[in-house]
Design a protein around this ligand. Structure first.
Ligand SMILES: [Fe+2]
Length: 433
């Protein structure tokens, strides 16, 4: 895969400084990049305010549409039956809604009995290895502070997780979701929609009766690197070269080779969608996932710091080593659209575009369990191929993958999933064939 030259228009504009490593002086770099981005927009013949207004108008229309749907009592999140994905019978209308909302519930992705058996399998796996007796507390500063028994299990290699990751049903849904993206343009295939890289992530098991403060609205595609690395500047080029109308959140061009700045909340992989599979039933009012279901809101988030009311050395609160916050201070328009998932059952899966704002609602005295396996769609591309080398090593040794805290609970757990248990999908996902 090679990188094709950018358009003539882009190359004629003043170039942007870029930092492929975290800049030593963050505030100075922020001032420098803001000045350069504004100069580039100005050289394209438009003003920052004008470009932002185009985006704001487009987003406001989406927000109003979502507010109207809520008033009408409609479910904001699109829902598609797994059977329709398998049979290729998803309606044009359902696809259109998936594109406009950027998120999806797949009903019956796995048979309920399968999901419940996986949930029990995880309990057996951790209990047989005395995980709770040996648990040392949260290994990172993001999902922490839930007491001695974890809500997030830093467990990656259970038979349940690996069976789900390499299953035909998972591969089919991931391919369907990947296909919503433009994965080929300018003669480059940016990713292979039919091959996933098996991004290993954790498990959440939240017991009944719990009080949880939830998780604030944020996004995960990066932090300052979104404005500061060359690949990201290319991915978001339309926002800064006078062609904002051409910005398409579903085009993967230039997204699949670069990397994020390192940090405790980074994701090395390119994900078309983040996702999880429900291992218990969860009602919509029991502290569940919410999103701002507007994929192109990313354009707003990227341009907002360039407006005059934001201090010169501030990117609306975005900094390295912390998640990208979406806040009432800078993004009130976007937060009007926050929408929760509908009730889900064990075996359903939930997906959202990798750029989208999301958070978890608080809950008191939770009814029922809240159990999920995090499994995204991370198609094969140069970036994911690079990370797959780390994943293979973590898989071989039962270690925590390098994107996550170095906890390594499973190294001497005899009953973890082994190389002999891999099928064709699993071996391809790990880059073993
Ligand atoms: Fe997140």
């Amino acid at each position: 895969m090679t990188t094709t030259p950018l358009s003539k228009r882009s190359t004629e504009l003043p170039p942007l400084p870029h930092w492929e490593e975290v800049p030593a002086d963050l505030k100075a770099a922020i001032r420098e990049i803001k000045t350069a981005l504004r100069a580039r927009i100005a050289a394209s013949g438009r003003t920052v305010e004008e470009v932002f207004a185009v985006v704001e108008q487009r987003i406001a229309a989406r927000v109003e549409e979502i507010e109207a749907a809520k008033r009408a009592g409609e479910t904001v999140w699109p829902v598609i039956d797994y059977a329709d994905i398998e049979n290729g019978t998803v309606s044009a209308q359902a696809l259109e809604l998936l594109h406009s909302r950027g998120c999806l519930v797949v009903r019956g992705h796995f048979p309920r009995e399968q999901a419940v058996a996986w949930d029990q399998g995880i309990v057996d796996y951790v209990e047989s290895n005395h995980f709770f007796e040996n648990y040392r507390g949260p290994g990172d500063d993001f999902f922490g502070s839930v007491g001695s028994k974890p809500e997030i299990y830093p467990i990656y290699w259970s038979p349940a997780q690996m069976q789900a990751r390499q299953s035909d049903r998972m591969a089919r849904v991931q391919a369907f979701l990947n296909a919503q993206w433009t994965h080929e343009s300018d003669g480059v295939q940016w990713f292979d929609p039919n091959r996933d890289s098996l991004y290993p992530d954790r498990i959440r098991r939240r017991p009944p009766g719990i009080d949880s403060g939830g998780l604030g609205t944020h996004l995960d595609p990066g932090t300052l690197d979104l404005w500061m690395t060359e690949s990201s500047q290319n991915a978001f080029r339309h926002l800064f070269d006078g062609t904002v109308e051409q910005y398409d959140p579903w085009n993967a061009a230039y997204r699949t080779d670069g990397s994020q700045y390192p940090g405790s909340t980074m994701c090395s992989a390119f994900r078309t969608f983040q996702g999880w599979t429900a291992l218990s039933d969860m009602d919509h009012d029991q502290g569940v996932l919410h999103t701002v279901p507007i994929p192109e809101a990313m354009a707003y988030l990227m341009l907002r710091p360039l407006l005059a009311d934001v201090p010169e050395d501030d990117m609306c609160g975005v900094t390295v080593n912390q998640v990208f916050p979406a806040s009432e201070t800078w993004h009130p328009l976007l937060l009007r659209a926050v929408s929760g998932i509908p009730d889900v059952k064990a075996g359903d899966s939930v997906w959202w575009h990798c750029d989208m704002i999301h958070g978890v609602a608080p809950v008191q005295n939770q009814k029922g369990w809240g159990n999920v396996m995090y499994i995204p769609a991370a198609p094969w591309c140069p970036r994911n191929e690079r990370y797959a080398a780390d994943v293979r090593e973590a898989f071989r040794t039962g270690s925590s993958p390098s994107d996550f805290p170095d906890e390594n609970y499973e190294r001497d757990w005899a009953n973890r999933f082994t190389a002999a248990d891999l099928n064709h999908t699993g071996r391809r996902g790990l880059g073993l064939e």
